[in-house]
Design a protein around this ligand. Structure first.
Ligand code: FBP
Length: 548
Protein backbone atom coordinates (compact mmCIF):
# COMPACT_ATOMS: atom_id res chain seq x y z
CA UNK A 1 0.00 0.00 0.00
CA UNK A 2 1.50 3.38 -0.98
CA UNK A 3 1.55 5.65 2.05
CA UNK A 4 1.35 9.44 2.25
CA UNK A 5 4.21 11.09 4.21
CA UNK A 6 1.92 11.51 7.23
CA UNK A 7 0.81 7.88 7.02
CA UNK A 8 4.43 6.75 6.80
CA UNK A 9 5.41 8.83 9.84
CA UNK A 10 2.29 7.66 11.68
CA UNK A 11 3.05 3.99 10.95
CA UNK A 12 5.98 4.09 13.34
CA UNK A 13 3.95 5.62 16.21
CA UNK A 14 4.18 3.38 19.27
CA UNK A 15 0.84 3.51 21.08
CA UNK A 16 1.14 4.20 24.77
CA UNK A 17 0.10 1.39 27.11
CA UNK A 18 -1.06 1.76 30.71
CA UNK A 19 1.84 1.09 33.12
CA UNK A 20 -0.09 -1.92 34.40
CA UNK A 21 0.23 -3.61 30.98
CA UNK A 22 3.76 -2.57 30.09
CA UNK A 23 5.70 -5.44 31.70
CA UNK A 24 4.75 -8.48 33.74
CA UNK A 25 1.09 -8.53 34.64
CA UNK A 26 -1.13 -10.09 37.21
CA UNK A 27 -4.91 -10.48 37.15
CA UNK A 28 -6.80 -9.73 40.33
CA UNK A 29 -10.45 -10.75 40.68
CA UNK A 30 -13.01 -8.55 42.45
CA UNK A 31 -16.26 -9.67 44.07
CA UNK A 32 -19.13 -11.29 42.12
CA UNK A 33 -21.22 -8.83 40.09
CA UNK A 34 -24.92 -8.28 39.32
CA UNK A 35 -26.66 -7.05 36.20
CA UNK A 36 -27.84 -3.41 36.33
CA UNK A 37 -31.49 -4.57 36.48
CA UNK A 38 -33.68 -7.70 36.18
CA UNK A 39 -31.07 -9.75 38.08
CA UNK A 40 -33.27 -12.83 38.53
CA UNK A 41 -34.26 -13.08 34.87
CA UNK A 42 -30.77 -12.34 33.51
CA UNK A 43 -29.03 -14.81 35.82
CA UNK A 44 -31.42 -17.50 34.53
CA UNK A 45 -30.66 -16.66 30.88
CA UNK A 46 -26.89 -16.65 31.47
CA UNK A 47 -26.28 -19.39 34.07
CA UNK A 48 -22.62 -19.84 33.06
CA UNK A 49 -21.57 -16.21 32.56
CA UNK A 50 -23.67 -14.36 35.15
CA UNK A 51 -22.19 -12.93 38.34
CA UNK A 52 -18.54 -13.16 37.25
CA UNK A 53 -16.06 -10.90 39.09
CA UNK A 54 -14.55 -7.76 37.60
CA UNK A 55 -10.93 -8.40 36.51
CA UNK A 56 -8.18 -5.90 37.28
CA UNK A 57 -4.94 -6.23 35.38
CA UNK A 58 -1.99 -4.88 37.30
CA UNK A 59 1.81 -5.00 37.22
CA UNK A 60 3.00 -8.38 38.46
CA UNK A 61 6.24 -10.13 39.22
CA UNK A 62 6.11 -13.02 36.75
CA UNK A 63 5.66 -12.81 32.96
CA UNK A 64 2.12 -13.85 31.99
CA UNK A 65 2.58 -16.69 29.55
CA UNK A 66 0.03 -19.05 28.05
CA UNK A 67 -0.01 -22.12 25.87
CA UNK A 68 -0.19 -21.17 22.18
CA UNK A 69 -3.73 -20.26 21.26
CA UNK A 70 -5.49 -19.50 17.99
CA UNK A 71 -7.84 -16.53 18.14
CA UNK A 72 -10.47 -15.23 15.71
CA UNK A 73 -11.32 -11.53 15.50
CA UNK A 74 -14.49 -9.93 14.09
CA UNK A 75 -15.24 -6.28 13.32
CA UNK A 76 -18.97 -5.69 13.70
CA UNK A 77 -21.17 -2.74 12.66
CA UNK A 78 -20.16 0.77 11.63
CA UNK A 79 -16.52 1.71 11.21
CA UNK A 80 -14.80 3.60 14.04
CA UNK A 81 -11.28 5.04 14.11
CA UNK A 82 -8.88 2.70 15.89
CA UNK A 83 -10.29 -0.68 14.89
CA UNK A 84 -6.99 -1.62 13.25
CA UNK A 85 -5.12 -0.80 16.45
CA UNK A 86 -7.38 -3.11 18.48
CA UNK A 87 -6.22 -5.83 16.12
CA UNK A 88 -2.57 -4.72 16.40
CA UNK A 89 -2.78 -4.67 20.22
CA UNK A 90 -4.48 -8.08 20.24
CA UNK A 91 -1.82 -9.48 17.89
CA UNK A 92 1.08 -8.10 19.99
CA UNK A 93 -0.54 -9.25 23.24
CA UNK A 94 -1.08 -12.77 21.93
CA UNK A 95 2.50 -13.00 20.65
CA UNK A 96 3.81 -11.78 24.03
CA UNK A 97 1.84 -14.53 25.75
CA UNK A 98 3.14 -17.14 23.31
CA UNK A 99 4.94 -16.46 20.04
CA UNK A 100 3.30 -19.55 18.48
CA UNK A 101 -0.24 -18.13 18.88
CA UNK A 102 -2.09 -17.23 15.71
CA UNK A 103 -4.67 -14.59 14.88
CA UNK A 104 -7.38 -15.10 12.24
CA UNK A 105 -9.63 -12.32 11.00
CA UNK A 106 -13.19 -13.26 9.96
CA UNK A 107 -14.07 -11.31 6.84
CA UNK A 108 -16.94 -8.87 6.36
CA UNK A 109 -18.22 -8.88 9.94
CA UNK A 110 -20.01 -11.62 11.91
CA UNK A 111 -21.12 -13.35 8.70
CA UNK A 112 -17.45 -14.29 8.12
CA UNK A 113 -17.58 -16.53 11.21
CA UNK A 114 -20.76 -18.26 10.06
CA UNK A 115 -19.67 -18.66 6.44
CA UNK A 116 -16.09 -19.61 7.27
CA UNK A 117 -14.56 -16.65 5.42
CA UNK A 118 -11.29 -15.68 7.04
CA UNK A 119 -7.65 -14.75 6.62
CA UNK A 120 -4.70 -15.30 8.87
CA UNK A 121 -3.39 -11.99 10.17
CA UNK A 122 0.37 -12.29 9.98
CA UNK A 123 2.93 -9.82 11.33
CA UNK A 124 3.42 -8.36 7.82
CA UNK A 125 -0.30 -7.74 7.34
CA UNK A 126 -0.81 -6.21 10.79
CA UNK A 127 2.27 -4.00 10.29
CA UNK A 128 0.67 -2.30 7.31
CA UNK A 129 -2.42 -1.24 9.29
CA UNK A 130 -0.94 0.10 12.55
CA UNK A 131 -2.39 3.51 13.52
CA UNK A 132 -4.55 3.70 10.40
CA UNK A 133 -8.27 4.43 10.20
CA UNK A 134 -10.84 2.14 8.65
CA UNK A 135 -11.85 -1.48 9.11
CA UNK A 136 -10.54 -2.64 5.73
CA UNK A 137 -7.97 -5.06 7.15
CA UNK A 138 -10.79 -7.64 7.33
CA UNK A 139 -13.94 -5.57 6.63
CA UNK A 140 -17.04 -5.21 8.75
CA UNK A 141 -20.73 -6.06 8.48
CA UNK A 142 -24.04 -5.86 10.30
CA UNK A 143 -25.15 -9.51 10.32
CA UNK A 144 -26.59 -10.27 13.75
CA UNK A 145 -25.25 -13.36 15.53
CA UNK A 146 -28.30 -14.60 17.40
CA UNK A 147 -29.45 -17.95 16.05
CA UNK A 148 -28.17 -21.22 17.44
CA UNK A 149 -27.58 -22.48 13.88
CA UNK A 150 -25.17 -19.54 13.35
CA UNK A 151 -23.36 -20.35 16.60
CA UNK A 152 -23.00 -24.00 15.57
CA UNK A 153 -21.67 -23.12 12.13
CA UNK A 154 -19.26 -20.67 13.77
CA UNK A 155 -18.11 -23.43 16.09
CA UNK A 156 -17.42 -25.77 13.17
CA UNK A 157 -15.39 -23.06 11.42
CA UNK A 158 -13.43 -22.32 14.59
CA UNK A 159 -12.67 -26.01 15.06
CA UNK A 160 -11.27 -26.23 11.52
CA UNK A 161 -8.80 -23.46 12.39
CA UNK A 162 -8.09 -24.65 15.93
CA UNK A 163 -9.57 -21.41 17.27
CA UNK A 164 -10.23 -21.32 21.02
CA UNK A 165 -11.15 -17.67 21.47
CA UNK A 166 -13.08 -14.99 19.61
CA UNK A 167 -12.82 -11.23 20.01
CA UNK A 168 -15.89 -9.34 18.82
CA UNK A 169 -15.31 -5.63 18.29
CA UNK A 170 -18.69 -3.90 18.21
CA UNK A 171 -21.37 -1.71 19.76
CA UNK A 172 -24.07 -2.51 22.32
CA UNK A 173 -25.95 -5.00 20.13
CA UNK A 174 -22.81 -6.82 18.95
CA UNK A 175 -21.52 -7.11 22.51
CA UNK A 176 -24.91 -8.36 23.69
CA UNK A 177 -24.66 -11.04 21.01
CA UNK A 178 -21.04 -11.75 22.06
CA UNK A 179 -22.34 -12.48 25.54
CA UNK A 180 -25.06 -14.82 24.23
CA UNK A 181 -22.39 -16.62 22.18
CA UNK A 182 -20.05 -16.87 25.21
CA UNK A 183 -22.88 -18.37 27.25
CA UNK A 184 -23.81 -20.87 24.54
CA UNK A 185 -20.23 -22.05 23.94
CA UNK A 186 -19.66 -22.41 27.67
CA UNK A 187 -22.94 -24.32 28.11
CA UNK A 188 -21.93 -26.93 25.52
CA UNK A 189 -18.28 -27.03 26.66
CA UNK A 190 -17.17 -25.89 23.22
CA UNK A 191 -13.92 -24.56 24.67
CA UNK A 192 -14.22 -21.23 22.89
CA UNK A 193 -13.87 -18.04 24.90
CA UNK A 194 -15.68 -14.91 23.68
CA UNK A 195 -14.43 -11.42 24.55
CA UNK A 196 -16.04 -8.12 23.49
CA UNK A 197 -14.51 -4.72 22.77
CA UNK A 198 -16.46 -1.41 23.07
CA UNK A 199 -16.66 0.26 19.66
CA UNK A 200 -18.88 2.96 18.15
CA UNK A 201 -18.37 6.57 17.14
CA UNK A 202 -21.87 7.19 18.54
CA UNK A 203 -20.47 7.09 22.10
CA UNK A 204 -23.54 5.31 23.43
CA UNK A 205 -21.80 2.20 24.74
CA UNK A 206 -20.63 3.48 28.11
CA UNK A 207 -21.50 2.98 31.75
CA UNK A 208 -19.89 2.98 35.19
CA UNK A 209 -17.25 0.53 33.99
CA UNK A 210 -16.80 1.44 30.31
CA UNK A 211 -15.92 5.13 30.20
CA UNK A 212 -16.01 5.53 26.40
CA UNK A 213 -16.40 3.55 23.23
CA UNK A 214 -13.47 3.92 20.88
CA UNK A 215 -13.74 6.10 17.78
CA UNK A 216 -15.90 8.76 19.46
CA UNK A 217 -12.86 10.91 20.23
CA UNK A 218 -11.50 10.95 16.66
CA UNK A 219 -14.85 11.25 14.90
CA UNK A 220 -15.88 14.22 17.08
CA UNK A 221 -12.53 15.90 16.50
CA UNK A 222 -12.90 15.52 12.73
CA UNK A 223 -16.46 16.87 12.74
CA UNK A 224 -15.49 19.72 15.09
CA UNK A 225 -12.66 20.73 12.79
CA UNK A 226 -15.12 20.90 9.88
CA UNK A 227 -17.75 22.75 11.93
CA UNK A 228 -15.11 25.26 13.05
CA UNK A 229 -14.07 25.81 9.40
CA UNK A 230 -17.68 26.37 8.40
CA UNK A 231 -18.28 28.71 11.35
CA UNK A 232 -15.26 30.78 10.30
CA UNK A 233 -16.61 30.93 6.75
CA UNK A 234 -20.00 32.06 8.07
CA UNK A 235 -18.28 34.69 10.19
CA UNK A 236 -16.27 35.89 7.20
CA UNK A 237 -19.04 36.16 4.61
CA UNK A 238 -21.87 36.83 7.08
CA UNK A 239 -24.49 35.60 4.63
CA UNK A 240 -25.35 31.97 5.39
CA UNK A 241 -26.90 29.90 8.10
CA UNK A 242 -25.34 26.43 8.06
CA UNK A 243 -27.52 23.54 9.22
CA UNK A 244 -25.22 20.60 9.99
CA UNK A 245 -26.53 17.12 10.70
CA UNK A 246 -24.12 14.95 12.68
CA UNK A 247 -23.97 11.17 12.82
CA UNK A 248 -25.16 9.26 15.84
CA UNK A 249 -27.94 6.76 15.14
CA UNK A 250 -29.78 7.34 18.33
CA UNK A 251 -27.99 9.23 21.09
CA UNK A 252 -26.86 12.86 20.62
CA UNK A 253 -23.41 12.45 22.21
CA UNK A 254 -21.60 13.41 19.00
CA UNK A 255 -23.71 16.55 18.50
CA UNK A 256 -23.24 17.55 22.15
CA UNK A 257 -19.48 17.00 22.06
CA UNK A 258 -19.20 19.04 18.85
CA UNK A 259 -21.27 21.79 20.49
CA UNK A 260 -18.82 21.91 23.39
CA UNK A 261 -15.84 21.96 21.04
CA UNK A 262 -17.16 24.67 18.68
CA UNK A 263 -19.95 26.71 20.39
CA UNK A 264 -22.44 27.00 17.52
CA UNK A 265 -25.45 29.36 17.68
CA UNK A 266 -28.00 26.59 18.00
CA UNK A 267 -28.05 22.86 18.64
CA UNK A 268 -30.84 20.38 19.04
CA UNK A 269 -30.29 17.54 21.52
CA UNK A 270 -32.71 14.70 20.81
CA UNK A 271 -32.92 13.52 24.40
CA UNK A 272 -34.17 16.99 25.45
CA UNK A 273 -36.77 16.93 22.67
CA UNK A 274 -38.05 13.61 23.99
CA UNK A 275 -38.00 14.68 27.62
CA UNK A 276 -39.87 17.93 26.91
CA UNK A 277 -42.10 16.24 24.32
CA UNK A 278 -41.31 18.97 21.81
CA UNK A 279 -43.14 18.87 18.50
CA UNK A 280 -41.40 19.55 15.19
CA UNK A 281 -43.20 22.91 15.10
CA UNK A 282 -41.88 23.89 18.51
CA UNK A 283 -38.30 23.01 17.51
CA UNK A 284 -38.67 25.03 14.31
CA UNK A 285 -40.15 28.00 16.14
CA UNK A 286 -37.24 28.04 18.58
CA UNK A 287 -34.63 27.94 15.80
CA UNK A 288 -36.51 30.70 13.94
CA UNK A 289 -36.51 32.78 17.12
CA UNK A 290 -32.70 32.59 17.30
CA UNK A 291 -32.40 33.40 13.57
CA UNK A 292 -34.60 36.45 14.13
CA UNK A 293 -32.73 37.67 17.23
CA UNK A 294 -29.39 37.40 15.43
CA UNK A 295 -30.86 39.09 12.39
CA UNK A 296 -32.22 41.92 14.55
CA UNK A 297 -28.62 42.36 15.73
CA UNK A 298 -27.45 42.58 12.11
CA UNK A 299 -26.10 39.01 11.98
CA UNK A 300 -27.82 37.11 9.19
CA UNK A 301 -25.59 34.08 9.64
CA UNK A 302 -25.17 31.23 12.05
CA UNK A 303 -24.44 27.58 12.68
CA UNK A 304 -27.05 25.07 13.82
CA UNK A 305 -26.17 21.46 14.77
CA UNK A 306 -28.71 18.65 14.42
CA UNK A 307 -28.23 15.09 15.68
CA UNK A 308 -28.86 12.39 13.10
CA UNK A 309 -31.35 10.54 15.30
CA UNK A 310 -33.54 13.59 16.00
CA UNK A 311 -36.46 12.54 13.83
CA UNK A 312 -36.99 9.41 15.95
CA UNK A 313 -37.12 11.45 19.18
CA UNK A 314 -39.86 13.87 18.12
CA UNK A 315 -42.83 12.21 19.85
CA UNK A 316 -45.31 12.42 16.93
CA UNK A 317 -42.71 11.14 14.42
CA UNK A 318 -41.44 8.49 16.85
CA UNK A 319 -44.96 7.05 17.05
CA UNK A 320 -45.32 7.26 13.28
CA UNK A 321 -41.99 5.46 12.71
CA UNK A 322 -42.91 2.68 15.15
CA UNK A 323 -46.15 2.10 13.26
CA UNK A 324 -44.38 2.10 9.89
CA UNK A 325 -41.69 -0.28 11.23
CA UNK A 326 -44.37 -2.65 12.38
CA UNK A 327 -46.21 -2.42 9.10
CA UNK A 328 -43.08 -2.99 7.03
CA UNK A 329 -42.02 -5.90 9.23
CA UNK A 330 -45.33 -7.69 8.66
CA UNK A 331 -46.33 -6.67 5.13
CA UNK A 332 -42.93 -6.17 3.51
CA UNK A 333 -43.65 -8.29 0.40
CA UNK A 334 -46.88 -6.54 -0.45
CA UNK A 335 -45.36 -3.12 0.26
CA UNK A 336 -42.36 -3.84 -1.96
CA UNK A 337 -44.67 -4.93 -4.79
CA UNK A 338 -46.24 -1.45 -4.90
CA UNK A 339 -44.85 0.47 -7.83
CA UNK A 340 -45.45 4.17 -7.26
CA UNK A 341 -44.77 6.43 -4.30
CA UNK A 342 -48.44 7.39 -4.25
CA UNK A 343 -49.49 3.72 -3.93
CA UNK A 344 -47.04 3.35 -1.06
CA UNK A 345 -48.30 6.49 0.70
CA UNK A 346 -51.89 5.34 0.31
CA UNK A 347 -51.05 1.92 1.72
CA UNK A 348 -49.23 3.45 4.70
CA UNK A 349 -52.01 5.95 5.37
CA UNK A 350 -54.60 3.22 5.45
CA UNK A 351 -52.62 1.18 8.02
CA UNK A 352 -51.59 3.80 10.59
CA UNK A 353 -53.73 5.67 13.11
CA UNK A 354 -55.17 9.14 12.49
CA UNK A 355 -52.49 11.02 14.50
CA UNK A 356 -49.68 9.27 12.68
CA UNK A 357 -51.38 9.84 9.33
CA UNK A 358 -51.56 13.54 10.19
CA UNK A 359 -47.84 13.59 11.10
CA UNK A 360 -46.96 11.63 7.92
CA UNK A 361 -48.92 13.91 5.62
CA UNK A 362 -47.44 17.05 7.16
CA UNK A 363 -43.97 15.99 5.98
CA UNK A 364 -42.52 16.90 2.58
CA UNK A 365 -42.61 14.12 -0.03
CA UNK A 366 -38.81 13.49 0.06
CA UNK A 367 -38.92 12.88 3.81
CA UNK A 368 -41.97 10.61 3.42
CA UNK A 369 -40.02 8.55 0.88
CA UNK A 370 -36.97 8.46 3.17
CA UNK A 371 -39.11 7.22 6.07
CA UNK A 372 -40.24 4.29 3.94
CA UNK A 373 -36.77 3.19 2.81
CA UNK A 374 -35.27 -0.22 3.71
CA UNK A 375 -34.75 -0.90 7.42
CA UNK A 376 -31.37 -1.96 8.84
CA UNK A 377 -30.92 -5.56 10.09
CA UNK A 378 -32.35 -4.50 13.49
CA UNK A 379 -35.56 -3.27 11.82
CA UNK A 380 -34.64 0.41 12.39
CA UNK A 381 -35.05 3.36 10.04
CA UNK A 382 -31.66 4.28 8.53
CA UNK A 383 -31.56 7.75 10.01
CA UNK A 384 -28.33 8.68 8.22
CA UNK A 385 -30.42 8.70 5.01
CA UNK A 386 -33.17 11.00 6.31
CA UNK A 387 -32.41 14.60 5.43
CA UNK A 388 -33.55 16.19 8.70
CA UNK A 389 -31.24 19.16 8.10
CA UNK A 390 -33.13 20.01 4.88
CA UNK A 391 -36.50 19.44 6.53
CA UNK A 392 -35.64 21.90 9.30
CA UNK A 393 -34.34 24.49 6.82
CA UNK A 394 -37.60 24.27 4.84
CA UNK A 395 -39.71 24.57 7.96
CA UNK A 396 -37.68 27.49 9.38
CA UNK A 397 -37.97 29.26 6.00
CA UNK A 398 -41.76 28.82 6.11
CA UNK A 399 -41.93 30.15 9.65
CA UNK A 400 -39.80 33.22 8.81
CA UNK A 401 -41.88 33.88 5.69
CA UNK A 402 -44.96 33.87 7.92
CA UNK A 403 -43.29 36.29 10.37
CA UNK A 404 -42.18 38.50 7.49
CA UNK A 405 -45.77 38.75 6.28
CA UNK A 406 -46.80 39.75 9.79
CA UNK A 407 -43.99 42.34 9.90
CA UNK A 408 -42.17 40.46 12.70
CA UNK A 409 -39.06 39.53 10.71
CA UNK A 410 -37.20 41.93 8.48
CA UNK A 411 -33.90 40.15 7.91
CA UNK A 412 -32.56 37.57 5.45
CA UNK A 413 -32.31 33.83 5.87
CA UNK A 414 -30.22 31.86 3.40
CA UNK A 415 -29.43 28.39 4.68
CA UNK A 416 -27.11 25.62 3.50
CA UNK A 417 -27.35 21.97 4.51
CA UNK A 418 -24.46 19.69 5.48
CA UNK A 419 -24.20 16.16 6.80
CA UNK A 420 -21.04 15.02 8.58
CA UNK A 421 -20.98 11.30 9.18
CA UNK A 422 -18.95 9.08 6.92
CA UNK A 423 -16.18 11.75 6.83
CA UNK A 424 -15.24 10.93 10.42
CA UNK A 425 -15.75 7.19 10.78
CA UNK A 426 -12.53 6.07 9.11
CA UNK A 427 -10.21 8.94 10.00
CA UNK A 428 -6.74 8.02 11.22
CA UNK A 429 -7.17 7.60 14.99
CA UNK A 430 -6.17 10.48 17.26
CA UNK A 431 -3.38 9.68 19.72
CA UNK A 432 -6.09 9.04 22.30
CA UNK A 433 -7.93 6.52 20.12
CA UNK A 434 -4.67 4.97 18.86
CA UNK A 435 -3.53 4.39 22.47
CA UNK A 436 -6.95 3.40 23.79
CA UNK A 437 -7.67 0.87 21.05
CA UNK A 438 -4.20 -0.67 21.18
CA UNK A 439 -4.64 -1.07 24.95
CA UNK A 440 -8.11 -2.63 24.49
CA UNK A 441 -6.66 -5.18 22.04
CA UNK A 442 -3.77 -5.95 24.39
CA UNK A 443 -6.17 -6.35 27.33
CA UNK A 444 -8.31 -8.74 25.26
CA UNK A 445 -5.24 -10.94 24.71
CA UNK A 446 -4.49 -11.00 28.44
CA UNK A 447 -8.09 -11.93 29.30
CA UNK A 448 -7.89 -14.72 26.73
CA UNK A 449 -4.59 -15.86 28.26
CA UNK A 450 -6.32 -16.10 31.63
CA UNK A 451 -8.96 -18.46 30.22
CA UNK A 452 -11.98 -16.20 30.92
CA UNK A 453 -15.07 -15.79 28.75
CA UNK A 454 -18.08 -13.43 28.61
CA UNK A 455 -15.99 -10.33 29.38
CA UNK A 456 -15.64 -6.95 27.71
CA UNK A 457 -12.13 -5.50 27.61
CA UNK A 458 -12.02 -2.33 29.67
CA UNK A 459 -9.54 0.51 30.05
CA UNK A 460 -10.51 3.19 32.59
CA UNK A 461 -9.27 6.43 34.14
CA UNK A 462 -9.09 7.77 30.59
CA UNK A 463 -8.62 11.44 31.42
CA UNK A 464 -5.28 10.64 33.06
CA UNK A 465 -2.17 10.23 30.88
CA UNK A 466 -2.21 6.79 29.22
CA UNK A 467 0.42 5.44 31.62
CA UNK A 468 -2.10 5.86 34.45
CA UNK A 469 -5.02 4.10 32.73
CA UNK A 470 -6.51 1.11 34.53
CA UNK A 471 -6.94 -2.11 32.55
CA UNK A 472 -9.29 -4.98 33.20
CA UNK A 473 -12.28 -7.01 32.13
CA UNK A 474 -15.96 -6.38 32.85
CA UNK A 475 -18.50 -9.23 32.81
CA UNK A 476 -20.87 -8.35 29.96
CA UNK A 477 -23.89 -9.60 31.90
CA UNK A 478 -23.19 -6.82 34.42
CA UNK A 479 -24.24 -4.21 31.81
CA UNK A 480 -27.52 -5.90 30.92
CA UNK A 481 -31.18 -5.29 31.50
CA UNK A 482 -34.34 -6.56 29.80
CA UNK A 483 -35.82 -4.48 26.98
CA UNK A 484 -38.63 -5.06 24.51
CA UNK A 485 -37.29 -6.02 21.07
CA UNK A 486 -39.61 -7.13 18.28
CA UNK A 487 -42.39 -7.49 20.82
CA UNK A 488 -40.42 -9.72 23.25
CA UNK A 489 -38.42 -8.90 26.39
CA UNK A 490 -34.75 -9.60 25.67
CA UNK A 491 -31.51 -9.21 27.63
CA UNK A 492 -29.51 -6.33 26.13
CA UNK A 493 -26.71 -3.99 27.08
CA UNK A 494 -28.37 -0.73 28.03
CA UNK A 495 -27.73 2.01 25.45
CA UNK A 496 -26.38 5.20 27.03
CA UNK A 497 -28.31 8.25 25.88
CA UNK A 498 -27.32 11.84 26.76
CA UNK A 499 -28.24 12.49 30.40
CA UNK A 500 -29.96 15.83 30.82
CA UNK A 501 -28.68 16.01 34.40
CA UNK A 502 -25.13 15.12 33.29
CA UNK A 503 -22.33 17.69 33.25
CA UNK A 504 -21.86 17.86 29.43
CA UNK A 505 -25.51 18.74 28.80
CA UNK A 506 -25.59 21.15 31.77
CA UNK A 507 -22.53 22.93 30.38
CA UNK A 508 -24.38 23.42 27.08
CA UNK A 509 -27.64 24.45 28.78
CA UNK A 510 -25.77 27.02 30.89
CA UNK A 511 -24.17 28.68 27.86
CA UNK A 512 -26.53 28.21 24.95
CA UNK A 513 -28.39 31.49 25.48
CA UNK A 514 -25.15 33.44 25.22
CA UNK A 515 -23.73 31.39 22.32
CA UNK A 516 -26.93 31.90 20.31
CA UNK A 517 -26.81 35.68 20.45
CA UNK A 518 -23.14 36.50 20.93
CA UNK A 519 -21.00 34.84 18.26
CA UNK A 520 -18.60 32.72 20.35
CA UNK A 521 -17.25 30.15 17.89
CA UNK A 522 -14.18 28.10 18.71
CA UNK A 523 -12.11 26.77 15.78
CA UNK A 524 -10.54 23.52 16.98
CA UNK A 525 -8.45 22.92 13.83
CA UNK A 526 -7.28 19.49 12.63
CA UNK A 527 -6.25 16.57 14.83
CA UNK A 528 -2.57 16.84 15.72
CA UNK A 529 -0.45 13.74 16.03
CA UNK A 530 2.95 15.24 16.81
CA UNK A 531 3.54 17.99 19.34
CA UNK A 532 2.76 18.99 22.93
CA UNK A 533 0.50 16.69 24.96
CA UNK A 534 -2.17 19.34 25.55
CA UNK A 535 -2.60 19.68 21.77
CA UNK A 536 -2.24 16.00 20.81
CA UNK A 537 -3.32 13.81 23.69
CA UNK A 538 -6.35 15.38 25.37
CA UNK A 539 -9.63 13.57 24.92
CA UNK A 540 -13.21 14.75 24.55
CA UNK A 541 -14.86 17.50 26.58
CA UNK A 542 -17.62 14.98 27.33
CA UNK A 543 -15.21 12.63 29.07
CA UNK A 544 -13.42 15.47 30.85
CA UNK A 545 -16.70 16.86 32.20
CA UNK A 546 -18.09 13.45 33.09
CA UNK A 547 -14.94 12.64 35.06
CA UNK A 548 -14.56 16.05 36.70
P1 FBP B 1 -22.26 1.44 15.06
O1 FBP B 1 -23.17 1.76 16.20
O2 FBP B 1 -22.44 0.09 14.50
O3 FBP B 1 -20.84 1.73 15.42
O4 FBP B 1 -22.60 2.42 13.83
C1 FBP B 1 -22.88 3.74 14.04
C2 FBP B 1 -23.16 4.52 12.79
O5 FBP B 1 -22.00 5.16 12.33
C3 FBP B 1 -24.27 5.53 13.06
O6 FBP B 1 -23.76 6.72 13.57
C4 FBP B 1 -24.96 5.64 11.73
O7 FBP B 1 -26.32 5.95 11.86
C5 FBP B 1 -24.84 4.27 11.17
O8 FBP B 1 -23.66 3.71 11.72
C6 FBP B 1 -24.76 4.26 9.68
O9 FBP B 1 -24.78 2.95 9.26
P2 FBP B 1 -24.27 2.43 7.85
O10 FBP B 1 -22.79 2.30 7.97
O11 FBP B 1 -24.89 1.09 7.75
O12 FBP B 1 -24.67 3.42 6.81
Amino acid sequence: MTKSPLQAARASYKPKLPDGLAGNVEIKEGSPTQSIAHQKEISKIFPHTYGLPILNIESGSKPLKSVSINVGVILSGGQAPGGHNVIAGLFDGLKTLNSESKLYGFLGGPSGLVDGKYKELTAEIVEDYRNTGGFDIIGSGRTKLEEQSQFDKGLENCKKLGINALVIIGGDDSNTNACVLAEYYKSINANIQVIGCPKTIDGDLKNGMIEASFGFDTACKVYSELIGNIARDALSSKKYWHFIKLMGRSASHIALECVLQTRPNYAVISEEVLEKKLTLDQIVEDIARVVKTRSDNGENFGVCLIPEGLIEFVPEVKKLILQINDLLAHKADFFNSLETDDDKFQFVNSHIDADSAKAFNSLPKEIQIQLLMDRDPHGNVQVSRIETEKLLIDMVEDKLREWKAEGKFKGKFTALANFFGYEGRCAAPSNFDADYTYSLGYVSAIIIGSGKTGYMASVRNLTAPAEGWIAGGIPITMMMNLEKRHGRMKPVIQKALVKLDGKPFKEFAKNRGEWSVKTSYIFPGPIQYFGPGEVCDTTTKTLQLEKS
